[in-house]
Write a protein that binds this ligand. Structure first.
Ligand code: C5P
Length: 409
């Protein structure tokens, strides 16, 4: 889907510059035309020769290169591409972008371009968290600059934390997204995430241990494949990702209303841990404690959002995915749920406390569909999300291709 697109890559001066060679290779494999620009500092980390050889065109380095100016002026260079990518985006380069400086070819191109700009920051953790960088990042985001990363992890300088440049594949996904070229481009997916809070009175509520981590990761993974994502989230511990529409709710009934309002969608992924019951006799005022008298809470059933969305009829998303979080007989319950809820897939997981899955960073899921069951190994929730998003993209693709008389998955 990227074939024929044109990306201008500005390579800044950071140790992560070597990873940009891999990014260029992957872009070229996908038929992307890449015009490279090396900053003076960037040329200390990767050579003009390697960059030019990978791109198949001469690298641009100097604002006042008369030959290049005669062939293509810097203004034209900044506008000929479909997207401008800055990787690695150093603290210095981002600072100059935020201030609107134009004192070398890279910053001049960035000021002169009328195309979207995607930056992949890379710097030491203290530089990334410094107040000046925070200000510059906020300014660039407000200016509409797109970000890929940074990641958190071990750094070349020996420290650990946020500031590592995103991996080439993640930058590639961000490029696809920016160019509207991912496999889910043009698709809309509704995701529910987090717990719900069901009031007992104005200050007390019934909740559950869901952190919203898996739903949030799924929303981000779908976004990375180019989908427009609406996340309807209960009060979760994890913040929803950037670049998605966020609708915040508290109760199951609010979640149902928000999901219905967010439709139509091509797919719905119901990852929220919705409270099955709410208090029917919730008090309008704070309930008072009185010695020896215990309040009786009448519970009533909440609407089933998944079953409502999965109901056959016009406007049903082509693919409806539910979750089954269980603490015993996981697959038996999940199979029953697949049949009962009318959804296309169930993602089953064991949330017994010993697994550490609820609120944890990893998940071990089994995907149940009409055509079989597939157990995935224990993986980081991000990776579960990435695989699930790819599976959703493939299923929607198949459904679009399918003739009406072909069997549904
Ligand atoms: O019935 P149970 O809660 O185990 O089903 C889990 C699946 O159903 C999850 O996908 C959850 O998001 C969804 N669900 C829902 N509305 C409810 C209860 C569960 O959407 N009221």
């Amino acid at each position: 889907m990227l074939a024929g697109r044109h990306v201008l890559i500005i390579i800044g001066g950071g140790i992560a510059a070597y990873k940009v060679l891999d990014l260029i290779r992957r872009l070229r494999e996908r038929g992307v035309r890449v015009t490279p620009v090396l900053t003076r500092a960037g040329a200390r980390f990767v050579t003009p020769l390697s960059v030019s050889a990978l791109c198949g065109v001469a690298v641009q380095e100097d604002l006042f290169d008369l030959t290049a100016e005669a062939e293509m002026g810097h203004i034209e260079l900044s506008r000929a591409a479909d997207l401008v990518v800055v990787a690695p985006a150093t603290a210095d380069l981002m600072g100059r972008m935020a201030a609107g400086l134009a004192d070398d070819l890279a910053s001049t191109l960035l000021l002169a371009t009328d195309k979207r700009v995607l930056v992949a920051p890379a710097m030491n953790v203290r530089m990334w968290t410094h107040a000046a960088t925070r200000r510059n990042v906020a300014q660039l985001a407000a200016d509409g600059i797109l970000f890929a990363g940074p990641d958190e992890g071990a750094m070349a300088c020996g420290e650990f934390g946020p500031g590592r440049m995103a991996e080439p594949m993640a930058i590639l996904a961000a490029i696809e997204r920016a160019l509207g070229a991912g496999p889910l481009a043009g698709r809309h997916v509704v995701v529910t995430s987090g717990p719900t809070h069901e009031p007992i009175d104005p200050v007390r509520y019934i909740a559950n241990r869901s952190s919203g981590a898996q739903g949030t990761a799924i929303a981000a993974a779908l976004r990375d494949l180019g989908a427009r994502v609406s996340v309807v989230t209960g009060p979760a511990a994890v913040a929803p990702p950037a670049g998605v529409d966020v609708i915040r709710v508290e109760t199951a009934r609010e979640m149902l209303d928000a999901v219905v309002a967010a439709l139509p969608a091509d797919a719905a992924v119901m990852a929220a841990a919705v409270a099955d019951w709410r208090v029917a006799n919730a008090a309008g005022e704070k309930m008072k404690k009185s010695a020896g008298r215990l309040p009786a809470l009448d519970l009533t059933e909440n609407p089933d959002i998944l079953a409502t969305v999965a109901r056959p009829g016009a406007g049903r998303p082509a693919l409806v995915v539910g979750f089954a979080a269980e603490t015993s007989d996981v697959l038996t319950h999940a199979r029953a749920k697949l049949a009962r809820k009318g959804c296309d897939w169930i993602v089953a997981n064991d949330v017994s406390p010993a697994t550490g899955i609820m609120g944890g960073a990893e998940n071990a899921v089994t995907i149940l569909t009409a055509s079989g069951e597939e157990a995935w190994p224990r993986l980081p929730k991000d990776e579960v999300a990435r695989r699930l998003a790819l599976r959703i993209a493939a299923a929607l693709e198949r459904k679009s291709d399918r003739k009406p008389d072909q069997e549904a998955e």
